[in-house]
Design a protein around this ligand. Structure first.
Ligand SMILES: C[S@@+](CC[C@H](N)C(=O)[O-])C[C@H]1O[C@@H](n2cnc3c(N)ncnc32)[C@H](O)[C@@H]1O
Length: 208
């Protein structure tokens, strides 16, 4: 699955008809790009795309956008999933840029196996830090809605505290997602962790 060189990565990126390159010019207009008013769900850190692509197949009445900061990683997602779907777009960008890309148009954010940034001095980089929750606040359309999965108990605990302090309420918290009846679509990391017998932590939180 590895891509041999930069040229091969660029070929995948340049020929992908569901990767949006001029993503900053669509702020406020994403429903027009999808040509419908269906809800828009965003995965931050989509990795190699298993979750976002299979979610788009499973829920055709939801529009999905996956973002990923590393070109090499998103190129591998395109290699694995070359066919465009009507309800899926992907963007090669860092979550730090979200305010320049979306304005009050996202219904749900998925954070799947986000980097844990365990050191105290790096805690602002966690995708559930107060800094990121402030960014998300401006891209949500109405009610804020975050669904998170992680193997990492440190990140999970810090996310519960951070979300609660920010005013989120928990609809569901589960410490063993694979053995629950919560509907679930696997990510690449999740499939690997399940094989290793590692339990998956899950939360579903809203802020009105
Ligand atoms: C541990 S991987 C998990 C990938 C995938 N979600 C999964 O569960 O298999 C985290 C991914 O998030 C991406 N990522 C981390 N920080 C990000 C950010 N600030 N903006 C966009 N992507 C980010 C990383 O490049 C990496 O591909």
């Amino acid at each position: 699955m590895r891509l041999r060189n930069l040229k091969e990565k660029e070929t995948y990126i340049n020929n992908c008809n569901y990767l949006i390159k001029d993503y900053k010019s669509n702020i406020g207009n994403w429903s027009k790009i999808f040509k419908n008013n269906n809800p828009i769900h965003l995965e931050i850190g989509m990795g190699k795309g298993d979750f976002i692509y299979n979610m788009a197949l499973k829920y055709p009445n939801v529009n999905f956008i996956g973002i990923e900061k590393y070109t090499g990683v998103i190129a591998r997602a395109i290699k694995k999933y070359p066919e465009a779907l009507n309800n899926l777009l992907i963007i090669n960008m860092d979550a730090l840029e979200l305010l320049n890309v979306f304005h009050k148009e996202i219904d749900t954010i998925y954070l799947n196996f986000s980097d844990p940034w365990p050191k105290e001095r790096h805690k602002k980089r966690r995708l559930t830090s107060e800094e990121f929750l402030n960014i998300y606040q401006n891209i949500f359309k109405g009610q804020n809605h975050i669904i998170m999965k992680t193997d990492n108990l440190g990140l999970f605990a810090s996310s519960l505290v951070s979300l609660s302090n920010f005013g989120y309420k928990f609809i569901n918290v589960n410490l063993d997602l694979s053995n629950s009846d919560i509907p679930n679509v696997l990510t690449e990391y999740e499939a690997k962790f399940i094989k290793e017998g590692i339990k998956i932590n899950y939360l579903d939180a809203i802020k009105r």
